[in-house]
Ligand binder design. Structure first.
Ligand SMILES: [Zn+2]
Length: 258
């Protein structure tokens, strides 16, 4: 996971049109989500693709060649009144979406639509901040945290038996890892590919070094390699959190490669 910057004031037009307002009122009356996928509009999807650089909010996988899901941070099965709320709509892969499902543990007080009797339809577009303060959800919302939070809390295993796994000492991050199953085989394998590519390059250079025994050559190669890895971190790349961990632990990683 990485921090995502979304302008919540820049609401896609379809979310606040008459059809959505009607569906919102139907949900409100039924006290459950009864609309038929009415949040999956073109402008919502294209805006989310742009904001998320076409990557999953939770696992950071690129979604060019796979299903793109518009996901409700607060599940629409529970929070039917937030089905069309711009700040409740995230972008994610089908696997994370399915695993997360309607999991949404909170430490604070559960809010109901009746708590907001005076609010109009449009007011529910940007209500996350207020809800988060009252409910204190465990699930991490990448749109509501800054990058320092992720840098400080996400731990990737770079060596040892669990290489490629992600963990955290932070309760909320660990809850998110568990809820979305971020250590599923598919993701661990993708992380291992990134790690192994790098390890192979370093290894080859080490073998060359053993033949030539020119330490300065090895050092300049490794610093160049580290620079290349840093340059790989741009918004469009997948698995940025892992790449950042690799760079932060570059020396340790090099030492551990046999
Ligand atoms: Zn995902």
């Amino acid at each position: 996971m990485i921090a995502i910057t979304k302008n919540i004031e820049n609401i896609p037009a379809s979310l606040i049109d008459k059809a959505r307002e009607k569906a919102f009122l139907e949900n409100k009356k039924a006290k459950k989500y009864v609309s038929n996928l009415a949040y999956k509009t073109k402008d919502v999807q294209s805006k989310l693709i742009e904001i998320y650089h076409n990557k999953c909010a939770y696992c950071e996988k690129n979604l060019d060649d796979t299903d793109k899901n518009i996901e409700h941070y607060r599940p629409k099965s529970i929070y039917y009144w937030l089905s069309f709320s711009w700040d409740n709509l995230l972008f994610c892969c089908a696997q994370c979406n399915r695993k997360k499902s309607n999991k949404f543990a909170i430490k604070g007080v559960k809010q109901e639509i009746d708590d907001f009797e005076l609010l109009k339809f449009i007011d529910f577009q940007t209500i996350s901040k207020e809800l988060d303060e009252k409910e204190q959800p465990l699930l991490v919302n990448p749109e509501r945290e800054n990058q320092v939070f992720f840098d400080d809390t996400i731990l990737f295993q770079l060596i040892g038996e669990k290489t490629g796994y992600v963990t955290s000492l932070n309760e909320r991050v660990q809850y998110t890892i568990d809820s979305c199953d971020l250590n599923r085989k598919e993701l661990v394998q993708k992380r291992l590919l990134i790690l192994n590519d790098l390890k192979n390059i370093i290894n080859r250079q080490k073998i060359m070094f053993d033949k030539k025994k020119d330490i300065s050559e090895l050092i300049s190669f490794l610093s160049l390699l580290k620079q290349i890895e840093i340059e790989k971190i741009n918004q469009n790349r997948e698995f940025i959190a892992l790449r950042k961990t690799i760079i932060a632990n570059f020396v340790k990683l090099v030492k551990n490669i046999e």
